[in-house]
Ligand binder design. Structure first.
Ligand SMILES: Cc1cc2nc3c(=O)[nH]c(=O)nc-3n(C[C@H](O)[C@H](O)[C@H](O)COP(=O)(O)OP(=O)(O)OC[C@H]3O[C@@H](n4cnc5c(N)ncnc54)[C@H](O)[C@@H]3O)c2cc1C
Length: 319
């Protein structure tokens, strides 16, 4: 950590400790339990915000800390289901959404969900409300905010198909704005939401459907996931699929299925998943990623792109 960042974080620490957010402020707080890989080190500062007022307070504090030495490094942590944090941790402020920021409501065909609402819960609740169009999300173990950031999707659909707008809080500017879905650049597992922006809530437009067939679809998706994907400590697909190809099939063809380095291995069940052992190391996960990329390039000439968000790594450690 540079001296400038250390000063910025010390300033931010003081401001948070003097604010209404003080009770939830933690220092050197392990992020492993906040990710599905369950590995990785601590965040220098960690705060949970429970409602929009607390989020606004946080934004104004971070924005004020931004003056002078540049903005402090921030990381929004959802369910951590697409996140790998380095063993050395994250030298910045990690932010989690809790309490009221995990709630949602359904009015007619409109679902308004806080950024921390869980996708499988939203998928089931929308079906219970007689709606269709969000069944695919039952198998994606992330939050609504993380799903917008990643434009999560599956089973032939993604967030962009139902997202109308999102409330985005900018931690550098200290303000909030309603952003139309069309202005979020939602692409394949990508969006224009930046590291310092928090998706506070989302509005989804669904359709009335047939409850029975939607329930059958949910069950089918859950069954398909159980049959085809490993459970346990992973973050779903590690690499995005190249056009007209499946990353998993390429990894298998390159002979990397089952590859193990230290405490991490390419899943023998699905080659685009990496499993981490209990008590494992993020460094091993990232080394497996690098080796898989190297082999797929060497054997098949294809450059795989990493989908998982990697945090706290030095540039030369990245796959
Ligand atoms: C078993 C398994 C299966 C999966 N299957 C799929 C799948 O089929 N399709 C798919 O697309 N993904 C899949 N994933 C990956 C993951 O669930 C999605 O990418 C999900 O959208 C990530 O949401 P999250 O809340 O866990 O985000 P995190 O992993 O916590 O964060 C991911 C990124 O989003 C940012 N972020 C998180 N919350 C917010 C917020 N409120 N505001 C702004 N930025 C935020 C983070 O800073 C980070 O950059 C799977 C993961 C697992 C473990």
């Amino acid at each position: 950590m540079t001296a400038a960042v250390r000063d910025l974080l010390a300033d931010l620490d003081r401001r948070l400790a003097d604010s209404e957010l003080a009770p939830s402020l933690k220092r050197d707080y392990s992020l492993a339990g906040h990710t599905t890989y369950r590995v990785g080190g601590p965040a220098r500062l960690f705060v949970t915000v429970d409602d929009r007022a607390e989020l606004a307070t946080l934004a104004s504090i971070v924005a004020r800390s931004s003056t002078g030495g540049g903005p402090p490094p921030v990381l929004v942590v959802g369910r951590g289901s697409n996140l790998l944090v380095a063993d050395r941790g994250f030298d910045g402020l990690a932010i989690a959404l809790g309490g009221g920021l995990t709630e949602f409501e359904i009015d007619g065909t409109t679902v308004t969900a806080s950024g921390g609402a869980l996708l499988p819960v939203l998928a089931r609740a929308s079906v219970d409300a007689g709606l269709t169009g969000f069944e695919w999300a039952v198998g994606v173990p992330g939050t609504a905010g993380g799903a917008v950031r990643m434009n999560a999707g599956g089973h032939g659909a993604d967030m962009s198909e139902s997202l109308v707008e999102a409330v985005v809080v900018d931690l550098h500017r200290g303000d909030a704005a309603v952003r139309d879905a069309g202005r979020l650049d939602l692409g394949y597992r990508s969006s224009s939401i930046a590291m310092h922006q928090v998706v506070a809530s989302v509005k989804l437009q669904l359709r009335y459907g047939d409850r029975q067939s939607s329930r059958a679809e949910l069950a089918e998706i859950v069954q398909w996931r159980r049959a085809n994907q490993p459970g346990g400590r992973n973050a779903g697909s590690v690499f995005t699929n190249p056009e007209h190809d499946a990353a998993g099939a390429l990894i298998e063809a390159a002979g990397a299925k089952g590859l193990r380095i230290g405490t991490a291995e390419v899943s023998p069940k699905h080659a685009n998943f990496i499993q981490s052992d209990e008590g494992g190391r993020a460094a091993d996960v990232v080394e497996v990623m690098s080796e898989v990329r190297r082999r797929v390039k060497a054997e098949l000439g294809v450059d795989l792109a990493v989908e998982t968000r990697l945090v706290g790594f030095e540039p030369w450690e990245l796959p």
